[in-house]
Design a protein around this ligand. Structure first.
Ligand code: GUN
Length: 720
């Protein structure tokens, strides 16, 4: 490193705090958006906040000093090779004597690999299965790696079966050799075979050593695919392996570290990356950018700048000495890598990781091909590990959003919209009674088109006029992503799509309309298409206006309870009959009262519902039992309206949760499988009593596995 670069290492960053004994090796998810998650992995050298990249340190060539990574780039963990350390006396002796943290001068988390990759490159390694884990333990690594058998994509099925089996056979001895303090990676092999990857995920996931199971599951054998940009197969492997890896274990993509892959990998559930690309590419005069790699030789200006490069022109860098140049480019590459990961984490936080993946997919033809393949899998109904993961991705995504949705050609395939549309198709029902008091069948469908949201301003008059003219009308709105009932006009993303004006004015073609009407179950009715004019809201409906509006309000509550809480419309029609409403100054429903009690509020940010304690008690009375326990296996009822999802709480936690404390993972005995992240749920005791209500922060699957973090964000405890 040059003196100039060394001097830019600013103030000293304090060493990390070791985790508490009881947290060692645990993984907590703090934010989840479908498969994507923000997590914390607890170690003796601090907490790894995921998704993150472990830069590869070659202990013989330290292109960027680990200390500089810690201080300057806030790299909290790195990966180095225990086999290389073991093999070279000049590394082995000091590592054994003073520990790996001292050898590398790095205070954060040190992960080591085992020599498997060397056996792939050179044919074999001389170290034993137990010996290499024991060495990693002795030099004090935080997360070691067992000696797995590398499964190359071009191997025969028999060879790959052997790689999976032999790796699994070595798992228990390795876990026991790691002892109590060293966490271990349990790699998942299986080549290009979906079933082998799923089998490997299950085998490695279920092994339990004397102290614990594997802390992390890297997906192995993928480097040859990345070298050839075979991204479709890469995502296929990820989806099949993920179908069986326990959800409370972080997933690591072994050897994957090009920023172009981060958004898609993270959207599909990757938590950790590692790569030497920052240094290897730099040595080759190549620069990483979030959209691909560029060659220094081709540049007049920087297509993607960084603080490392900003003060130089490409020409000045070309003229530097080779070592100085590659160190500088390595700094740039690491900075870009860290910045892109920060961007991805922020996107997970604000619900836009899928949109980011979609944008990045346009950067490279092979990535686009892979992305389109993933979209196909999300719509696929076949069985198998890939389909299973795709389905879980959709079901674990909160269907509503608090922020604007950018329009694109792929918008319909975003997991939250697929989830929302699936809920609409499954749970929405045509009204059974109408504003004029009649209970007969619907007479017609009216589609309001040509209006942009907020529809309560631009289309309410048209909706009221249509209902005044024919009370038994089902009023739908045409949106750029399909037809929705007018009652759901303020549900985001439907009402929050950012697109040019002419997209709102676009009229769906006949086939599209038929497909939507079919999904909504109203294809049998006569159809009127009404192009909204500037809205005659005040006069619409004449003397019946107030009555029609009240009826629309009631439909809104019935439909939202149905979609987001799984409550049968026939029940909610009953108890919403005499509901009263308090409105905001902008004319939105704020409080919904049943029998004078405030029970519900539409959430202003996304149009879904929040319950009050009175509302939770009312809904609990519809289904006053406890949900199935996890050990009862799959107990989903298969009903379209199974009722508000419930979480079964351990007795020990009741005194805390009934006072309003959050439900913590590890205290949950069971949960309804239709629990939706971000939507209301009830917390009940084994006797079926209501303990609290809140918002699910995890899926039922997660709750069965995790033992750290928040399972339900409680709104109110039910303590009498
Ligand atoms: N590094 C890159 N791929 C692999 C793999 O499959 N196994 C191990 N242990 N290390 C790797």
């Amino acid at each position: 490193m040059t003196e100039a670069l060394r001097s830019r290492v600013v103030s000293k960053r304090p060493d990390p705090e070791p985790c508490r004994d009881q947290d060692l090796g645990k993984f907590e998810v703090t934010v989840r958006d479908g498969a994507a998650r923000l997590g914390k992995l607890f170690t003796r050298h601090g907490v790894l906040e995921t998704p993150m990249l472990l830069p590869v340190i070659n202990p013989n060539i330290r292109t960027i000093e680990p200390r500089v990574m810690w201080e300057k780039y806030r790299v909290n963990g790195l990966i180095t090779n225990s086999y290389v350390t073991w093999k070279h006396d000049k590394l082995r002796e000091p590592a054994l004597e003073n520990g790996i943290h001292s050898l590398l001068d790095f205070p954060g988390v040190i992960v080591t690999d085992s020599g498997t990759f060397q056996s792939y490159v050179y044919g074999d390694v001389e170290v034993g299965v137990e010996e290499i884990v024991d060495f990693q333990k002795k030099i004090g690594v935080d997360i070691g790696t067992m000696l797995d058998v590398f499964g190359r994509p071009d191997m025969s099925r028999e060879e790959l079966e052997h790689a999976v089996e032999e790796t699994a056979n070595r798992a228990l001895i390795s876990l026991n050799a790691a002892g109590e303090e060293t966490l271990l990676n349990g790699p998942v092999q299986g080549g290009l075979h979906d079933d082998l990857r799923a089998q490997a995920g299950a085998l490695m996931g279920e092994v339990s050593g004397e102290h614990r199971g594997f802390a992390v599951h890297p997906i192995g054998g993928i480097v040859p695919l990345m070298e050839k940009q075979r991204y479709l197969e890469l995502f296929r492997i990820l989806l099949s392996a993920r179908s069986t890896i326990p959800p409370n274990r972080p997933i690591h993509m072994f050897g994957c570290g090009h920023p172009i892959l981060f958004p898609m990998c993270i959207a599909l559930g990757v938590d950790l990356f590692d790569s030497a690309a920052y240094a290897l590419f730099a040595r080759d005069d190549r620069l990483l950018t979030p959209n691909g790699t560029v060659k220094l030789g081709d540049l007049t200006e920087w297509p993607h700048s960084s603080s490392a490069l900003f003060q130089y022109t490409p020409n000045e860098v070309r003229e530097m000495e080779r070592d100085e140049r590659s160190t500088l480019l390595a700094h740039h590459n690491l900075e870009v890598t860290q910045a892109e990961l920060a961007r991805c984490r922020e996107a997970v936080r604000n619900g836009t990781i899928w949109q980011l993946a979609e944008q990045r997919s346009h950067a490279n033809a092979r990535l686009r091909e892979a992305f389109e393949w993933v979209l196909e899998q999300l719509q696929e109904t076949e069985e198998g590990p890939v389909a299973e993961s795709a389905l879980r991705t959709i079901a674990s995504t909160n269907p509503v959003r608090g922020s604007a949705e950018q329009f694109s050609d792929d918008i319909d395939s975003r997991p939250h919209l697929l989830h929302l549309n699936a809920l609409l198709a499954m749970r929405w029902r045509r009204p059974g009674s109408w504003w004029d008091g009649s209970n007969d069948n619907a007479e017609r469908v009216v589609i309001l088109s040509g209006a942009a949201p907020p529809w309560r301003d631009t289309a309410l008059g048209s909706a009221i006029s249509a209902l005044a003219e024919e009370p038994r009308s089902i009023v739908l709105i045409s949106t750029p992503v399909g037809l929705i009932p007018f009652s759901l006009e303020d549900v985001s993303p439907w009402c929050h799509i950012e697109c040019p004006e002419d997209i709102w004015n676009m009229i769906l073609d006949e086939d599209e309309i038929d497909a939507w009407l079919e999904d909504l179950g109203v294809v049998d009715l006569p159809l009127d298409i009404h192009v909204c004019q500037p809205d005659p809201e005040e006069e619409a409906g004449g003397e019946n206006r107030a009555k029609i509006r009240d009826w629309i309000d009631q439909c809104t509550i019935v439909d939202k309870l149905s979609l987001f809480c799984g409550v049968s419309p026939s029940y909610s029609c009953d108890f919403t009959k005499n509901m009263t409403v308090r409105r905001s100054r902008t004319d939105r429903m704020v409080n919904i009262n049943f029998e004078g009690m405030h029970c519900l509020s539409p959430r202003l940010q996304d149009g879904a519902l929040s319950l009050t304690l009175a509302g939770a008690e009312k809904l609990h009375q519809l289904n006053p039992n406890s949900p199935p326990r996890f050990d009862e296996g799959d107990t989903s009822t298969g009903l379209d309206h199974p009722g508000v999802p419930r979480v079964l709480l351990m007795d020990d936690a009741i005194p805390f949760v009934e006072k309003g404390r959050n439900v913590i993972h590890g205290f949950v005995l069971g949960a309804d499988s239709h629990l939706i992240v971000g939507q209301p749920c009830l917390v009940v005791s084994a006797k079926g009593e209501l303990v609290a209500h809140g918002v699910a922060n995890a899926t039922a699957d997660d709750m069965a596995f995790f033992d750290k973090g928040i399972a339900v964000k409680v709104r109110d405890g039910a303590l009498k």
